[in-house]
Design a protein around this ligand. Structure first.
Ligand SMILES: [Zn+2]
Ligand SMILES: [Zn+2]
Length: 352
């Protein structure tokens, strides 16, 4: 039986409107979640034109379980990630790479009638994660996409505590990447365009800060080899192709640039030789990259689960601005996010 409830969808004029969301029958392995909070991620902006029920950083409480659900129960506080399902039976699934399964169920591609800003969601329990004890739902919400996105590369690329990690862009993703890198034990450098984010970058865990627009006009590229980076997380993907050359100069030999955000433009570099001569790499964490044979999507279930445990253990919290969830506030949040006017993640709180 189809259940209808309040949800929010993007309109062709770029606004967001209250609308009807739906879930169908609760299958034997499904859980029904009454959502309480949802973070706003820039990928939702990319989905406004699509007309799907928006929101993919949800937390809520389980209100119903199918008869074969074993790991979760009514009342559990849970969240779920960008991928809602996979076949469980192909080589990628067997390897744990559910996000690379040909039958994966990605936000914006399936389940178009429910989302983080809707009242309810229904998923197979395999893709639903219990929120660790002590973690507040408004902090857990942005971890479901932003947290997973910045955490997965630490596992995927085998980042070690002896590595030096740089983070470009102190925003929704960057402020979490700094915290994870610091708690991972790395030497952490933050790149920022403005002096006025230096103290904040340090408060999130940067050991040093590289201001890229220097008053003296000098290059920001570190002079000493030991000040260069093994990994640079780049959360401003749209600007990647132009500063890529200088970023490559900031890498140690065999260093890696990891773009975090989604970008649909071309990926170009005139520094092919730098990649070759120093064995540098550019790998991506975004879905788009998969078609080009580089990187992978957000986080697998294993990476997502480990991210939640790691953030709980190290008290990693997104800096959030919480707004009551309604059409007006959601439009304000979408507008301000596109103007980069949020420190550092909007969380919309569902009303009772
Ligand atoms: Zn996202
Ligand atoms: Zn599969």
């Amino acid at each position: 039986m189809v259940m209808e409830f309040k949800a929010f969808r993007g309109q062709h004029d770029g606004s967001v409107k209250e609308s009807v969301g739906r879930v169908d029958d609760i299958g034997d392995n499904d859980v029904l979640i009454k959502l309480t909070h949802a973070g706003l991620c820039f990928t939702d902006v990319h989905h406004i034109e699509l007309g799907n029920a928006l929101g993919h950083e949800p937390t809520g409480n389980i209100v119903e379980t199918g008869k074969d659900v074993r790991h979760l129960k009514v009342g559990d506080m849970v969240g779920y990630g960008y991928n809602h399902g996979s076949c469980d039976d192909c080589d990628e699934c067997r390897l744990g790479n559910d996000t690379l399964c040909n039958d994966r169920k990605l936000y914006g591609q399936v389940d178009l009638d429910f989302g983080g800003f809707g009242e309810y969601a229904k998923l197979n329990e395999r893709f639903v994660h219990k929120i660790p004890e002590g973690m507040a739902p408004e902090h857990a919400a942005p971890l479901q996409c932003a947290g997973a996105t910045v955490f997965a590369p630490f596992l995927k690329h085998d980042i070690k505590p002896i590595h030096r990690v740089g983070v470009i862009g102190i925003g929704g993703l960057g402020h979490l990447a700094l915290q994870v890198a610091n708690k991972w034990g790395c030497s952490v450098g933050a790149f920022t365009t403005s002096e006025n984010k230096v103290a904040e970058a340090k408060s999130f865990g940067a050991h040093d800060v590289i201001v890229t627009k220097r008053a003296d006009g000098k290059s920001f590229v570190p002079e000493k080899e030991e000040e260069k980076f093994d990994f640079i997380f780049c959360s401003v993907s749209s600007q990647l192709s132009s500063p890529l050359g200088r970023l490559l100069d900031c890498l140690k030999a065999r260093g890696t640039i990891i773009p975090l955000g989604v970008d649909f433009g071309k990926f170009e570099t005139n520094r092919y030789f730098s990649l070759l001569a120093r064995e540098n790499k550019v790998v991506t964490a975004s879905d788009h990259a998969r078609e080009q044979g580089r990187g992978s999507l957000v986080a697998t279930r294993y990476e997502h689960q480990k991210m939640l445990e790691f953030c709980a253990r190290h008290d990693i919290k997104p800096a959030v601005e919480v707004l009551d969830l309604n059409e007006k506030n959601l439009n304000i949040a979408f507008e301000r996010l596109q103007k980069n006017d949020v420190r550092y993640r909007f969380v919309l709180k569902h009303q009772e």
